[in-house]
Design a protein around this ligand. Sequence first.
Ligand code: HEM
Length: 453
Amino acid sequence: MTTAAPAVAHAPGGLPLLGHVHHMLTGPREFFTSLRDLGDLVTVRLGPMRAYVLNNPAHVHQILTKDVRKLDKGLAYEKSAPFLGNGLLNSTEPQHMTHRRIVQPAFHTRRIAAYADQMRETAEQRSAGWSDGATVEFDDEIHAYAVSVVCRALFSTDLGDTVAAEVEETFPVLLKGVARRIAMPFGPLEKLPTPGNRRFERARQRLDKALTDVIAAYQERGAKDGDLMALLLAARSHGEGCPGLTDQQVHDEAMALFLGGVETARDVLAWACHLISTHPQVQRRLAAEIDRVLGGRPVTHADLPELRYTHAVLTEVLRQYPPGWLLTRRTVTEVELGPHRIPAGSDVLFSLHALQHDPAVYPDPERFDPDRWTGGSAVPVPRISFLPFGAGNRGCIGEPFAWEEMTVFLAVVLARFSLHPLPGYRVRPSRSTMYAPKRVPLIVRDREADPTH
Ligand code: HEM
């Protein structure tokens, strides 16, 4: 005799027609966290769309690592497709794996070590103009830094700076548009000539043209060995066992690396700087570690393994503020999760934020505590409960790059400055698709002039 699967709970508080859209617009992370206690599987309704929310980390891990052929990327990527095209972030197999193999060498340790010097230089350039006591808009500074390091890795020439300026201006508009489209997935609304849709379309066209122009200019100048664009273009011209990339595919892969690489690292670093400024003890330990390891010389790739506390601080930021906090998938065939069967064609959502704030795994989850990661904890965190970079064949290809750029930035800035919150200002999350802070204005003090640090 077969036993019936337990009923799947439906999230409470839905409105006629809109379903749970209002929760997505007003407090999406809190909404998903509130669903955690309703069971392993919960359904929500976003306008006309019904989706399954996964609350069990083992199920999340299963679909990311074992059932990869049974699911596509789903809603978030579909809504980004108008500007993202069909690169690594949202392409399907077999194209995805072929292209991933082409791009992968750019993220090998040897290449990452070479990027470290560019990253240090960029961080030094950005912070060179900061003076003791100045208020620095860290969100802007870090955004410019993150755009610049990805563009330089992609194009490794001044062309990187040209496209960086466009990315910096257009991305916030595009991401805001995507956030709206995910929260309210009513297709026809996206086509109306509303001011928001027009802004989205203008930004899309502008970024598209900037990237097309810069790729053409890059080709004219000739590829530079080792940068990402050279890899993409080499795959295009020679084939060598790969079907070869079309111009559009080269364009789309570059766009995927921008989208994957820029906002994510920017958000984590911006939250990190905010949290460091509000936790003086953490800041003192970081500064002491950086002084001890670097002894006043510039940071290099070889220093990273020694910057253990810095690593723990960034890990804790990634736990509390995973930038891509809501991942989406769509089943292409039926998927079995424990006793439940999810039919083909279903939207599936899971919140890394809820997963990484589970009090059963992370006691006092709202507390910022880098010591969770310094080896002192009696019970190690299970791998499946910490997924800021995703997992499996769609896991983040840029993870080593991200660690490098985040660590280098903190090492450069904290070697010279201490960070302090701006009195009277409260840092808040923005309404972006990502978990991003709105503004992070901080007062920087020259450490030589600030005896407390
Ligand atoms: C702290 C920084 C970063 C975080 C937290 C992050 C997070 C993630 C996550 C969660 C995914 C998986 C998405 C999913 O399964 O739906 C992903 C994929 C991806 N990321 Fe990152 N990322 C970061 C930095 C970067 C960087 C620096 C790059 C490139 C320069 C990058 C490029 C990509 C690409 C291309 C994918 C798609 C991989 C594939 O499907 O094969 N990311 N990232």
